[in-house]
Design a protein. Structure first.
Lengths: 629, 181
């Protein structure tokens, strides 16, 4: 970045802030907003951006982070279950697209080696664009979203063999200089030790992730220094990326692997919350740099050729995916989604095209033409996705097969606070087979519970991003079981504002807190000491000689009476609509409650079991008639 | 004036209920019928006597809808009878609150009708087993209607079940529209 760093940062941030909200409002989606903003500040727009290529290189790290986050969402078992679609759909997509593009290249009269190279390169789709669009529309966990992800995963893996194969397709001697892709020291090793280094790096990520990260994160979490936790999260991702790059693997793939390894960890949600903003900004930057990097001079020189190639690329990619989907009898809306969202060229294409030019596989002119085509094809996807909604609706009418449910049922209940109170709620729910996601910030609790197989995550439950990461947006219930009354109120407020679909069940400290909790928007609440105190009261009655069932009933009736009083008083609002009465109630609470209890006198309504009146009536009937008058 | 119908539903595990669920769904379709799920209202068996009596006063036809458990109703309906049909309210010299109202038993039984024949496993017909309810109606000065009985629910196919549910709905509709004699 030639000019001052701050100046460049200002330009990029301003472009994003000015354009993206408008694009989003217009229904264009954020990706198109970023791309347009990039075009605007690029050399063919206002000429404000410096070296877009360099920025893009930096911003590609956003893709690494994105895959780390995707990995975090995908537990190893889940990934294993996806091996079918990854190898099947992914393998066929890459293979068939490469062949189809290659065939078109041959038809245009290119050498078969060049055509095949272009085919392999253009078979890649953009992970950044596809996943961002799916996430924005909440389609990641649908059937179509899953297939899309499986294909992208295969593409990421296949970059490694493609890098190996490409030099073999060279038709001229490598154009001097860097004959090889920037492999670093590893290229100097003999093949067998290269393979060993690759295996070693993967093993390091898996074993390190399993054995090392937990104790380290635990140590850091105990310091309660948020920024150090964030720093260590970033350190982890950067470290994995560097390790992978040094052995010639894709950093994105390594980060994905690291994410999968950590998907079972209690720090998953905290990591998500910390990495998410960086990922978002870097991806935005990436899209901006793609927009800024489009070579409009070249486009202007041969507009029809470029436009034709873009259309052809999108058509071929979408057709291959649609064909695969229909052949495997997937629902048609799903097929449409996958075909549209993966129809562009990918960011790997930029890397591979540069590599191919260096190795004499593609002439520079053709390669730079393809760079423009790929970049432009990326701008087409958001446009196609605008049509997707309407098309899908029309298809859905004729489609009988319903869209499968979300990937994981996880997140249907979120419990905030898993201390003495939340644990009981959680255990009951889990015993009934409901998956719960638990948030707590006490390391000792988490430690103890994880040993018993609970899914407990570390973090401050009043943070919006953490609730989001825990799945509050899809949750049917949020149980707020934190012990600090103020925290409870703030969580209720946050959930109410941001996750209106979720019912909120809250733990209230006492009577006056109960009113505050209801006013804050909880759908139901329970006073934390009420039931246990009541049970002790019932036990006391029994020991005073009341038969067990009667004591039990007396306790239950007391509860009903008390709850009714609570709700009746709660419904009395002052003129300004506040539960002012609750405050007043708090001061004269005890006296008032006691007085009402006494006024009510006899609690039980079990006259039906009382035969006294029947006996009396029977006796009166049996008595001589004279006695009655 | 249409008759006001109260259906007291007693099924402890609705998720295992097939026949009763079908009947309930049918009853829900009938306008002017109030469904009152006892297990849902009183998971703790703590029947609110005052509220239940008020509910009875507001209706003309009281339906007990439940599966047959051990030749009788599920436990909560017995608890309900014990506590709600109080002396001085439902029976006794001054207990005339329910006088003139009608009572209907709508029950589902797993066994086939033949099992309830003189040669069958149960020896007596369901009408016989429902005598305590009939007697209750009489003591409360209520009219005892011929019970609606769905036999053989274990083997009942879905179409047949739906047909019987429709019959139940028709019966409720007739009761609602019947002119009080």
């Amino acid at each position: 970045m030639g000019e001052s760093f701050l100046g460049q940062a200002f330009v990029y941030l301003l472009a994003a802030v000015a354009t993206v909200p408008i694009a989003k409002r217009l229904g264009l989606g954020s990706v198109l907003g970023y791309l347009l903003a990039g075009v605007a500040i690029g050399p063919f727009g206002l000429h404000l951006a410096g070296d877009a290529g360099e920025v893009m290189h930096f911003a590609e790290f956003g893709v690494v982070m994105m895959l780390f986050l995707v990995g975090l969402e995908l537990r190893p078992a889940r990934l294993w279950a996806m091996r079918g679609p990854v190898l099947g759909a992914g393998g066929l997509q890459v293979g068939l697209t490469a062949l189809a593009v290659g065939a078109i290249g041959l038809a245009f009269g290119y050498d078969w080696r060049m055509a095949l190279a272009a085919g392999l390169i253009l078979a890649m789709s953009s992970t950044a664009i596809a996943l961002q669009i799916l996430a924005e529309r909440g389609l990641l966990k649908t059937g179509g979203g899953e297939t899309t992800f499986a294909v992208l995963l295969f593409q990421d893996v296949s970059v490694i063999p493609i890098l190996t194969v490409l030099p073999l397709l060279a038709f001229t001697a490598a154009t001097g200089g860097a004959a090889h892709h920037d492999d670093g020291w590893i290229a100097t090793l003999p093949p067998w030790s290269q393979a060993l280094a690759v295996l070693g790096a993967v093993a390091a990520v898996v074993l390190g992730g399993r054995l090392l990260t937990r104790p380290v994160f635990r140590l850091i979490a105990e310091t309660r220094l948020r920024e150090i936790f964030t720093a260590s999260a970033l350190l982890l991702v950067v470290g994995i990326a560097l390790l992978m790059e040094s052995v010639g693997l894709s950093p994105a793939l390594g980060a994905f692997l690291g994410g999968v390894v950590l998907a079972d960890s209690e720090f998953r949600h905290e990591l998500e919350g910390d990495i998410e903003p960086f990922k978002g900004l870097l991806l935005g930057l990436f899209f901006l740099s793609v927009g800024a990097g489009i070579d409009f001079a070249q486009v202007a020189a041969a507009p029809l050729t470029v436009a034709g190639l873009v259309v052809l690329l999108v058509l071929v990619k979408a057709a291959v995916l649609a064909g695969l989907g229909l052949a495997s009898r997937r629902p048609r809306t799903e097929v449409l989604l996958t075909a549209l969202v993966l129809s562009q060229g990918g960011e790997f294409a930029f890397v591979l095209l540069a590599f191919a030019t260096q190795n004499g596989v593609l002439p520079a002119a053709e390669a730079s033409l393809l760079v423009s085509v790929v970049a432009l094809s990326m701008t087409v996807t958001p446009l196609l996705m605008m049509a997707y909604g309407r098309l899908a609706d029309r298809l859905a009418d004729t489609d009988l097969a319903p869209e499968p449910d979300a990937i994981e049922p996880q997140g249907s209940v979120v419990i905030a606070g898993f201390g003495r109170f939340g644990q009981i709620v959680g255990r009951l729910l889990m015993a009934q087979g409901h998956p719960v996601t638990v948030l707590d910030h006490d390391m000792e609790t988490i430690e103890a519970l994880r040993r018993f197989g609970f899914r407990v995550f570390y973090g401050d439950a009043s943070r919006l991003d953490l609730l989001q990461a825990a799945g509050a947006a899809e949750a049917a219930l949020v149980v707020v079981a934190t012990d600090a009354p103020e925290t409870t109120l703030s969580i209720i407020g946050t959930v109410r504002r941001h996750f209106p679909q979720a019912q909120i069940l809250a733990r209230a400290a006492d009577r006056s807190h109960a009113y505050a909790v209801i006013e804050a928007g909880a759908h139901a609440m329970v006073r934390e000491t009420f039931s246990s105190a009541l049970e002790l009261g019932i036990e006391a009655l029994r020991r005073l000689g009341l038969p067990a069932y009667e004591a039990e009933r007396a306790g239950r009736l007391f509860r009903r009476h008390d709850l009714r009083t609570l709700h009746r008083l709660g419904a009395l609002r002052d003129d300004d609509g506040r539960y002012r009465v609750a405050v007043r109630e708090a001061s004269e609470q005890l006296v008032g409650v006691l007085e009402r209890d006494q006024a009510r006198g006899r609690l039980a309504t079990d006259d039906g079991w009382d035969t006294a009146s029947v006996v009396e009536e029977v006796r009166r009937q049996a008595a001589p008639s004279g006695a009655e008058s | 004036m249409p008759q006001r119908i109260l259906v007291l539903l007693a099924h402890p595990v609705r998720r295992r209920s097939r026949a009763n669920a079908a009947l309930t769904a049918a009853a829900r379709q009938v306008e002017g019928v109030r469904l009152h799920d006892l297990y849902e209202a009183y998971p703790d068996f703590l029947i609110d006597v005052e509220a239940e009596q008020a509910l009875l006063l507001e209706h003309d036809v009281i339906v007990f809808q439940h599966p047959v458990y051990w030749y009788s109703s599920p436990a909560i309906l017995k608890e309900w009878q014990d506590l709600v049909l109080e002396h001085g309210f439902a029976f006794g010299r001054e207990g005339t609150a329910l006088a003139g109202k009608a009572m209907l038993s709508a029950v589902t039984a797993g066994g086939a009708e033949t099992a309830y024949g003189p040669e069958g496993m149960n020896r007596h017909s369901l009408e016989e087993f429902l005598r305590p309810f009939e007697a209750t109606a009489r003591l409360c000065r209520m009219r005892w209607l011929p019970p609606f009985i769905l036999h053989g629910t274990y083997l009942l196919e879905q179409p047949a079940l739906e047909r019987h549910a429709a019959e139940y709905a028709a019966l409720l509709r007739n009761l609602r529209d019947a002119v009080e004699a």
